[in-house]
Design a protein around this ligand. Structure first.
Ligand SMILES: [Mn+2]
Length: 297
């Protein structure tokens, strides 16, 4: 399992190439959502989940950063959630229903997008189950328009819908904000890139942990990363986080908080350029490790 044995075929089509897992015992349920319908510039994030899973299949399962192998954690890869293209609102409802089932089964959902709109369904599901949690959004953009192109459910409005479902939230890595939101935002709920660069990452981690509840839902729009490391996104923005900075923040949050759910969205693979796909796979692995690795002690 995991690392490819040259005498055998590719590892299983599961996240991290794990052998088939027992759903009942699994701690994490991976939900691939190959959906993109509302993007304004480059489409293709519907290919994201498969690219992440494929890249992850040949990963080394021992992580030297974590000092451990997570394969005993129980990470169950669900079938892809079939997109509902009748409307983004209906797709959000479908995500909410499916994530609700995973929460009832006491799983931590790990959603692989797909466009960012899927986050809304996941957050609504947590809210409906009565969970108390904060949403930490890693993103270049606040996604805070109330509507765009007459739609309330699309990638640029994600956080407006999230804020309606959850009043504890924090934007991290922002360097693109619409004017209306820039005037009404709560300053303490936004960490702009200018608040991060040149500062001690430990201070940033303290700010994130102080601003959030004990349970956190983390949504990672991969465009939070610098386009030099993560070009495979629909709406890249210069001057982003380095992978190492993002990983350090997730580690610092994972040391203090409980993971209510995680999504990694907006990977829009570029043919022939597979390093970003591997980055996304490693980000998934490390994030699970930072939050859940201690359960293996
Ligand atoms: Mn974004």
């Amino acid at each position: 399992m995991g690392y490819m044995n040259p005498l055998n075929a590719m590892p299983k089509y599961n996240l991290f190439g794990l052998d088939d897992q027992d759903y009942k015992k699994a701690r994490v349920a991976v939900l691939p959502i190959p959906y993109d319908a509302t993007l304004t510039y480059k489409t293709g994030s519907r290919e994201g989940p498969r690219a992440i899973i494929n890249a992850s299949r040949t990963m080394e399962l021992y992580s030297y950063e974590l000092g451990r192998d997570l394969s005993k954690l129980g990470v169950y890869t669900m079938d892809e959630l079939e997109p509902d293209y009748s409307s983004p609102e209906n797709m959000v409802k479908r995500v909410k229903k499916e994530v609700g089932v995973l929460l009832d089964d006491k799983k931590i959902p790990l959603i692989l997008g797909g466009e960012h709109t899927v986050t809304v369904g996941a957050v609504q599901a947590l809210q409906e189950k009565g969970r108390e949690f904060s949403v930490i959004q890693f993103d270049a953009h606040t996604d805070s328009r109330d509507e765009l192109n007459n739609s309330k459910y699309m990638h640029a409005t994600v956080m407006s819908r999230v804020m309606e479902a959850c009043d504890s939230y924090l934007h991290v890595g922002i360097r693109n904000i619409d004017e209306a939101y820039s005037k009404k935002m709560k300053r303490e709920r936004v960490l702009f890139m200018s608040d991060i660069h040149g500062k001690d990452v430990l201070d940033i981690i303290d700010r994130i942990n102080d601003a959030t509840l004990q349970n956190v839902y983390i949504t990672i729009d991969l465009d939070v990363l610098d386009p030099s490391e993560m070009p495979s996104v629909g709406t890249p923005e210069p001057d982003g986080l380095r992978f190492g900075e993002l990983a350090a923040m997730l580690k610092g949050i994972g040391e203090k908080k409980q993971l209510a759910g995680l999504d990694i969205v907006e990977l829009s693979p570029i043919a022939g350029l597979h390093a970003p796909d591997f980055l996304a796979a490693k980000l998934a692995y490390l994030t699970l490790g930072y939050f859940l690795g201690k359960e293996l002690d």
